[in-house]
Design a protein around this ligand. Sequence first.
Ligand code: PMP
Length: 427
Amino acid sequence: RYTGPTTEEIIRKRKEFLSPSMFCFYTKPVNIVHGKMQYLFDENGRRYLDGFGGIATVSCGHGHPDVVRAIVNQTSKIQHSTILYLNHVIADFAEALASKMPGDLKVVFFTNSGTEANELAMMIARLYTGCQDVISLRNAYHGNAAGTMGATAMCNWKFNVVQSGVHHTQNPDPYRGAFGSDGEKYAKDVEDIIQYGTSGHAAGFIFEAIQGVGGIVELAPSYLTSVYSTIKKAGGLVIADEVQCGFARTGSNFWGFQNHDIVPDIVTMAKGIGNGIPLGAVVTTPEVAKVLTRRNYFNTFGGNPVSTAAGLAVLKVIEREKLQENAHVVGSYLKERLSSLQDKHEIIGDVRGRGLILGVELVADRKLKTPANAEVLEVMDNMKDLGVLIGKGGFYGNVFRITPPLCFTKQDADFLVDAMDYSLSKL
Ligand code: PMP
C-alpha cells in the first residue's frame, strides 16, 4: 500500500526543487510507484501496460527477479569503483558481452550512460584516425554532452554551445526523405560531405540502425553498406549507436546493425543493457582500443560491480527466456495489427520499425504528411486512461513510439492496439 506523498505534492516539489527543463508525459502526469515485468502501478494500485519501458532501459521487465537478485547480492558483497582493485564481475560481463559481438569486436569500455558511451566512441574515432570530422545523420539523437550534442541533429535537443567537427548528412528516411527507399541516393551525400566539407578524410560515421528519439526511423535498404565503404575509403571508423535498438530489441538480430550486413568498428550501448541500472558500454577492436593507452583513461563508476552484475544477469535472462525470439514473434504480430489500423484510420500516415521498437506516425493529410502532433497527445492521454502507456517522438513530435519490455505478450499487443484503435476513433 502506497503511503508516500500525493501526486500534487510531488509536482510541487519538482517545480520548486528540480530543473525547470524537466518534463512529463500526460496532461495529468502518472505517479508510478511500482513495476512488475510489463506492468506499472500508480499510487492507487491502478495497473498500466508499459508500452514504452524499453526506452527507459527495461529490457527483461520491471523488477525481473533474477536481475534484482544479482543487484542485491552484489551490493551486499561489494560496491566500489573498478579502477583500483580487481573484481571478477566486470571481467565476466565484458567476456559475455564480447561473445554477443561479431568480428573482432571484443574490447569493452564501461560507462554510466549512453551519452558517455558515445562521447568516448567519438573520441576514440578521432584519436585513432587523427581526424576531427564526424558525420552523423540528421534526425539523430546521440546524447547531450559537448561532443554528442554535436552529433545529435535535431534543433530541439541542441543548445547554442560549441559543437565542432560534426557534419549532418541526409537522413535515409523512407517515409519523409527526398529519395524514398533508395538508400544509395542518400549515401551519396556522405561522399559529398567528405569531398566538400573535409580534407578528404573522416574520423567516423555514427548512426542508429533505427532512430529512436527521431521517431522510429529505419534506414533505407542498402544505405549502410554503401556508406560503410565510403567511410572506409576516407579512413574513418563506423560507430553503431545501439542504445535504443540493441539488446535483442529488433528481434531479427541481437544488434540493430546486424539487420544491415555490416560490422562496425565501434558499438555503443546503454539503456536496456542494465534493465534499469545506469550502465553503458563501448565495444571495439583490440587495435582501435589501443589509442586509449596514450594517456590515463578511467571512469570512476564505469563497470562497477553492481552495474555489471545487473548486466550479466540481463544477458542470461535474454538468453534463457528467449526474449529476442519473443521480440520477433510478438513484435511482428504487433506491427501487423498496427498496420491494419492504418486501413481504418486515415490519420495514420506510417507504421514502421522492427521487433519491439515500433512507430506509428500521425498526419493530418496523407499526401502532405502534415504532422498531427496535437492528436498524438490526445490519444496518449486517452490510452493512459484506458491503462496503456506509450511514448512519442520524431522531429515533429507526431510519432507514437512503442518499445515495451521484451517480455511483452500477444495479449498485451492486442490490448495496446485495441486501446489505440478506440482512442483514435474518439479523436
Ligand atoms: N543514443 C541514443 C540512440 C539514445 O536514444 C540516447 C538517449 N535517448 C542516448 C544515446 C543517450 O543516452 P543517455 O540518456 O543514457 O545519456
